[in-house]
Every structure is written in C-alpha cells, then in structure tokens.
Design a protein around this ligand. Structure first.
Ligand code: GLU
Length: 481
C-alpha cells in the first residue's frame, strides 16, 4: 500500500492571506484532494511580535472565505520549540552537528572578508573539528555556543523537484548552518524540517523563493536519516508587466478581493489557473480542479496576474450564481463598503425583494459585487434623483418632452409588468413616430439617473408603479397642446 499523501500550508503571519499564499494553500489542498490525502495547516508563529492572534485569525478567515479546508488541528510552530531542541541535541549526540563558539565579532569579520572578496558569506567551519577541550575552555569562559549542522564538505546536494526538475548545489557552497541559537531557540530551517517530518508531510508545495532553503533542509533530513518529502517549488506570481507582484499589481490580501466584490469560487478558479493548466480550459468547478490537478502540469515560468481575466471569470461566476445567493453576498460586501450609509438605511425587506427582482438584469451587467452594488444604486436613490452628466444630457428639452408623452401612457397601464409596460412604450413610439431608443434613453435617465442600467422595462417593473411615475414626473417637461 502506498503512503497516503500529506501536504501542508505553512504561512507565517502577520497580516493577511496574500494572493501568493492563497495560491500555495489552494495547490496543496487540490493536490491532497486529488490523491485522497490530507492537507495540514501549520502556523509559523516563531516571530512572536508579528504573530498576534489577529494576524493568525486573518489567515484562518482568509482560508475559510476562499473555501480551502485543512484537516486536523492547526500546528503552531512556536509551541514545538522543545521538540526542535531535542532534534538538534540528537544530531549533536550522533556527531552530525557540533557546538560552535564563534563570537559575533568573528562572524562580522567573516562577513567583511566575504564582502571584500565579493562572495556570499560562508561560515568557515572553524569550530567543526576542534577538540572537546577547546569547547570546554570556551564554555568555561562563559561563551554560549550555537549548534551547527556538520554539513557535507564535498559532493553535491540535490533536490528532485516536481516542478523545477533536478536542482543541484555544490556542497562547498553550503556552509554549516545554525540549527539552535545560543539562546536555545531553534532556527527556522530546523523547525520546518522537524515539523514537516513529525507531521508526516509527504509533499511540500510552496513558492520557489524557498528553493535554496530546500537544499539546506535536505541536508538536515539526511543528517537525521529521515526521508526527504517530495518537493514542488512553484514559480512566484508576477504582475502583468512581468515584474514581481507588488501591491500595485494586486498583491493584496484575499480580504481585499472579498471587499472588492470577488466571489471566492471565482478567485479559487483564477488562482488555480495561475501556474497550473489543463489544456486551455479556463473555467473549472472545484470538483473538476481536484480531479485534474497535478504537479506535472504546473509550469516553470512565473504566472502573470491579470485583473481583467480575474474580472471576466468573476463575471462568469456571478451570472451562474442564484439571485438569492448574490443578494447575500451583496450584503456581505456592503458591510465593508464605504457607501453602506447610502444603502443600509434603506435596506429593508421591501428593498430586498426589489433587489431580488432586479437581480437578473443587474448581474448580467456586473463583473464584481461592487459593480452590482453600484448598478443597484438607482433602486435606493431618493427623489428627486441626482443625475449624472450623461443622464442630464438625455434630459434636454426634447428628452423631457418625450417623458411627458410617456407619462400618461404608462399611467394608463393596469398590469404593471415588463410586457405590458413595453407595449405601452411601443404604443407611444408608433403614435408619435419617436424611435423606441429615443424614448427609452430619457426614461432610463429619469428612472435611474444614469445612461446605462438593466433593461428599462425591468427597471420600471422593479421600481413599481408609484415610484416610476413619480420619477418620470420629476423630470418631465410640460407639453404644449
Ligand atoms: N512560512 C513560510 C512562508 O510563509 C513557508 C515555509 C514553507 O512552506 O516551508 O513563506
């Protein structure tokens, strides 16, 4: 029986679940789902100042919102420090690590020398093979040692990466890394290896900014005679201009995407396609993604983040979403939106019913929930409506005159439904020779304050008879008979 797959997502707070982290989490989750395994969550909270409860909660909230689920209780790295120390001590006892008493001044000198010779700093191994008596003497002088790994001096360390292929480092370029600091605190490199080992992680899927760490970590696995998990280093996300993703490009936390009105299923779909592909298919349900996801189809070149594409995928999901569900999301986004004071005081059950009735027309025109909210403004607007410039232009003397023609015709409609309303407007068009569009435009301006909106007959129907006629009357000019 083959070992079940265990992946993990190992974010370091603070802050939020940023886009790159969200994609890493998603890939780990999809991979585990694909092969019937588990995805674990490990919070790398060793930076105590930054790892506040709020910072950790933001990551958990982000994952929940995105719909990426982990198995078991999250592991907190900081709480495992004693175990990390135990492993460092075990390596020491096995002769795979040693106490190093190099002082900060000595390390500074090594750093200076390296800089003068334009090469990266490497610890020169000066305590690696010192006799025990020297160490005892240093300890007697009150020096506190660090524990360093006795890394191989010759040969190579290589990682068989599922995305990058075989990557090899000359061991002479990798120095004896610190495992345990002189204050007894484990280093990040040690903690990651011990945690991944103890958690039974079989696949490490993470950003390729960790590739060099993979070499160091491999040496620790080897020193412990532990199996090295399968690594997969995925190229980082770049902006549309090819530069590393920055805030300017959209490197925001997922909560920002939530506030901008993206749907989690759309972001999930979009993120899955950032680096992974299945032919040229763009739209995947979550089940489809989990059935198809594979590391073999993750590309080696950086994926480019493209807002326009995310928007279009989001628009697709919005059109697919049931109206009542969209209403719930409308309210969710509204809660974080600066315009809530405009909407909330009027958002009662009557208004919710109107919103639901308008939803089919609104969702056709919106690519995000924010656009949906914006498109719904007219429902909440109070008379007399503020008109934008384009609407104002429609309501010139000719436009107002057409409204005055429409007013009695619409007033005579008994069954206030889109079909009957359309028939009434067509009747005016036929009777007066005015083109339908020439009637619809001022009507739209009067009813919504804008030059674009859902279908005008739907707008009339949703607003209802009294409100519609009053809005038209507000703008209609007097006709001379
Ligand atoms: N905590 C690291 C990060 O947030 C990830 C560590 C790992 O995946 O090994 O970048």
């Amino acid at each position: 029986m083959s070992t079940p797959i265990v992946t993990r997502f190992a974010p370091s707070p603070p802050g939020s679940l940023h886009l790159g982290g969200a994609r890493t989490a998603l890939f780990n989750w999809l991979y585990a789902r694909r092969f019937g395994g588990k995805m674990l969550l490990r919070i790398e909270d060793t930076d105590r100042e930054r790892s506040t409860d709020a910072a950790i909660q933001a990551i958990i909230d982000g994952l929940h919102w995105l719909g990426v689920h982990w198995d078991e209780e999250p592991v907190h790295q900081f709480a495992r420090a004693a175990r990390h120390r135990e492993v460092a001590e075990a390596m020491l006892a096995a002769g795979r690590a040693y106490h190093c008493f190099a002082t900060p001044q000595e390390l500074d000198e090594m750093r200076e020398k390296a800089r003068a010779e334009s090469r990266p700093m490497r610890y020169d191994g000066r305590w690696r093979d010192r006799p025990d008596a020297d160490r005892a003497a240093a300890a007697a002088r009150g020096l506190k040692p660090v524990i360093r790994l006795k890394a191989p001096l010759e040969g190579e360390t290589s990682v068989d990466d599922a995305v990058q292929g075989k990557v090899t480092w000359a061991n002479k370029d990798l120095d004896d890394l610190v495992l345990l600091r002189s204050d007894g605190n484990p280093t990040y490199m040690l903690a990651v290896v011990v945690d991944d080992h103890d958690m039974g992680v079989t696949h490490i899927i993470r950003g390729d900014d960790h590739l060099t760490n993979a070499a160091r970590q491999t040496q620790i696995y080897q020193a412990m005679d532990w199996a090295v998990p399968q690594m997969a280093h995925i190229p980082l996300i770049h902006g549309p201009d090819g530069a590393k993703l920055s805030k300017r490009h959209g490197a925001l936390g997922v909560e920002a995407y939530r506030a901008m009105g993206y749907l989690p299923e759309a972001l999930r779909n979009y993120l899955a396609r950032l680096g992974w592909s299945h032919g040229d298919q763009e739209i995947f349900s979550t089940d489809e993604m989990s059935a198809l996801f594979d590391l073999k189809s993750v590309g080696r070149s950086p994926a480019r983040f493209d807002f326009a594409k995310l928007e279009s995928i989001n628009g697709h999901y919005m059109r697919q979403t049931a109206d009542a569900d969209l209403l719930a999301r409308f309210e969710d986004v509204l809660a974080t939106h600066p315009e809530k004071d405009f909407f909330l005081p009027r958002l009662d059950d009557t208004m919710r019913a109107k919103l639901l009735a308008a939803m089919p027309g609104l969702k056709e025109r919106a690519k995000t929930i924010l656009e949906l909210i914006d498109g719904a403004r007219f429902l909440f607007a109070q008379r007399p409506l503020a008109l934008d410039d384009k609407a104002q232009a429609q309501l010139d003397a000719a436009g107002r005159e057409r409204l005055a023609l429409l007013l009695p015709a619409l007033g005579a409609v008994e069954d206030w439904q889109a079909g009957a309303l359309e028939a009434a407007v067509r009747g005016v068009s036929e009777a007066t020779g005015a083109k339908l569009g020439h009637l619809a435009q001022p009507l739209r301006a009067a009813l919504t304050g804008r030059a674009t909106s859902p279908g005008i007959f739907d707008v009339l129907a949703v607003l209802g008879r009294d409100e519609s006629l009053a809005r038209i009357a507000d703008q209609a000019g007097s006709t001379k008979s």
